[in-house]
Design a protein around this ligand. Structure first.
Ligand code: AMP
Ligand code: GLY
Length: 466
């Protein structure tokens, strides 16, 4: 029997970053939302939208957290990031009538164990790069050093989007294997590595809601993984994203649903694992059709930011229905406008960054745009400035803010997002100015304009390429 979404519905949202700020922003638009609780260590934007949960968010304290959820009558727990999924929060917090949006630990293995995901894809004939998994350093080195074609070396475990090295040469591949398995730069995540063929083509992020039976494919997004303009430099968690993607039409999405999403959910089911939550397929559109680079078991970051600004309807009800198995009755539509999110980063990202710098210009960024346009600044690596009081923000991470613009078409949304991002001020702030350039047919990044932001971007690019 379908259990309707309670009204009011109290929600605990786990996660502290930009994706979660966008989710919270959209949840706040729901007429059903009761109290929204967030983690005490949430960013400044999230803390402005929700009450900090007083209990420690720790699996060791799961008993206390559960009792607190009972006392506060939490109806729905929404898990944003992969960490808590891998730690099994979905299993720990689904008690009684309480629902959890996010797959179980077993189901989220698709993300936290790339070797497992690779095997499952193979068994379900899901198109993906040819590859092999290794737990032995010597075997991995032997394999990497005889491959003639360029390859990609991946830490099998969770590495905050940084555990993938796209290699040009055998020597680079061997170094990448040594980094992961011998020097342990990704910690335990690199105990197993996957070495796979290097694919070519544009990338696409397809996220779908899955309630165990029904799969609902959301509008596709495109991320920008490399730190530098022109797609150079090291991989990052994501430097900017847009939604929808002009080339990803319904026909392509039907192929992704038929060849990727349905077979993988079925393959899990054959192992008696039910998938509930959002399933993210990171794809490369190769001449031979779409192929899977990775699965994530959560909303993408920064893809969620443009996605949420376009989503129409009641996100709370949609998440509730996904968690309780009645997605077939949901109503999900998207604003016809395009959305582009520019990630404003702190100097040094994706390496170590300085923290504690005062952020200015958020109001000015949100004031950009004309009629029928909107800019929303989502916080990511920020925290409130204790000395300056509520409403202020200082930097606390590499990806600091996501400046998201909605406008009539992709080019205008990108220009608006870029203009708004340039209003953000803190020492060393930089961002990519060439988002969507490839799909818009812009061959070179736009000419440099004077200003510190641009110079920083170039410095990082040079560092990354070197
Ligand atoms: P992943 O975390 O597996 O999505 O990898 C991060 C990024 O590395 C992807 O978004 C791609 O840009 C790149 N990548 C991963 N796997 C491959 C592959 N097999 N061929 C080419 N690029 C890849
Ligand atoms: N933007 C890529 C990810 O969320 O993994």
């Amino acid at each position: 029997m379908t259990v309707p979404c309670p009204s009011p519905c109290n929600v605990l949202l786990l996660g502290t970053g930009g994706r979660e700020h966008a989710i919270a922003w959209k949840l706040r638009q729901s007429p059903r939302l009761g109290t929204l609780w967030v983690e005490p260590s949430a960013n400044a934007g999230l803390l402005a939208l929700g009450r900090p949960c007083p209990e420690p968010i720790s699996t060791r304290e799961a008993f206390r957290l559960n009792r607190w959820c009972d006392r506060e009558q939490i109806h729905l727990v929404v898990i944003g990031p992969e960490g808590p999924l891998a730690e099994g929060y979905a299993d720990l917090l689904a008690e009684g009538e309480r629902r959890v949006f996010g797959p179980s630990r077993e189901a989220s293995r698709l993300e936290w164990d790339k070797a497992f995901a690779k095997n499952l894809m193979r068994s379900a004939s899901v198109p993906t790069a040819e590859g092999k998994s290794f737990t032995s350093l010597d075997a991995a080195i032997a394999y990497a050093s005889v491959r003639e074609e360029p390859c990609v070396v991946k830490a099998s475990g969770l590495a905050a989007g940084k555990g993938v090295v796209v290699c040009e040469t055998k020597e680079q591949a061997v170094e990448a294997v040594r980094d992961a398995m011998e020097r342990k730069v990704f910690g335990d995540a690199g105990r197993t590595v996957v070495i796979e063929e290097r694919l070519e083509g544009p990338e696409l992020s397809v996220m779908a809601l899955v309630d165990g039976r029904t799969i609902w494919v959301l509008d596709p997004c495109q991320d920008h993984k490399r730190v530098g303009e022109g797609d150079v430099g090291p991989n990052t968690g994501g430097m900017g994203a847009f939604c929808p993607v002009p080339a990803a039409d319904d026909a392509l999405l039907r192929i992704v649903e038929r060849d990727v999403l349905v077979p993988i959910v079925d393959a899990l089911r054959r192992e008696e694992i039910e998938y509930r939550g959002v399933l993210y397929a990171g794809l490369m559109l190769t001449p031979g059709g779409p192929k899977v680079l990775e699965f994530n078991c959560r909303f993408g970051d920064p893809e969620t930011q443009p996605l949420m600004t376009r989503l129409q309807g009641d996100l709370l009800e949609i998440l509730w229905r996904t968690a309780s198995g009645s997605l077939d009755e949901a109503s999900i539509t998207f604003d016809p406008r395009a959305a582009v999110a520019t990630v404003v980063c702190a100097e040094g990202y994706p390496g170590a960054t300085k923290t504690g710098d005062r952020i200015e210009g958020i109001d000015a960024a949100e004031a950009c745009g004309g009629p029928g346009e909107q800019v929303v600044v989502f916080h990511a690596g920020t925290t409130t400035d204790p000395s300056a009081g509520p409403g202020t923000a200082v930097t606390r991470g590499g990806r600091v803010l996501t400046v998201t613009a909605l406008a009539g078409d992709l080019r205008r949304a990108r220009d608006l997002s870029r203009e708004a991002a340039s209003k953000i001020r803190f020492p060393g702030a930089f961002f990519r100015r060439d988002l969507a350039a490839k799909v818009l047919g812009e061959t070179a990044p736009p000419a440099a304009r004077p200003g510190s932001t641009r110079r920083r971007a170039e410095r990082v690019r040079a560092a990354g390429a070197g």
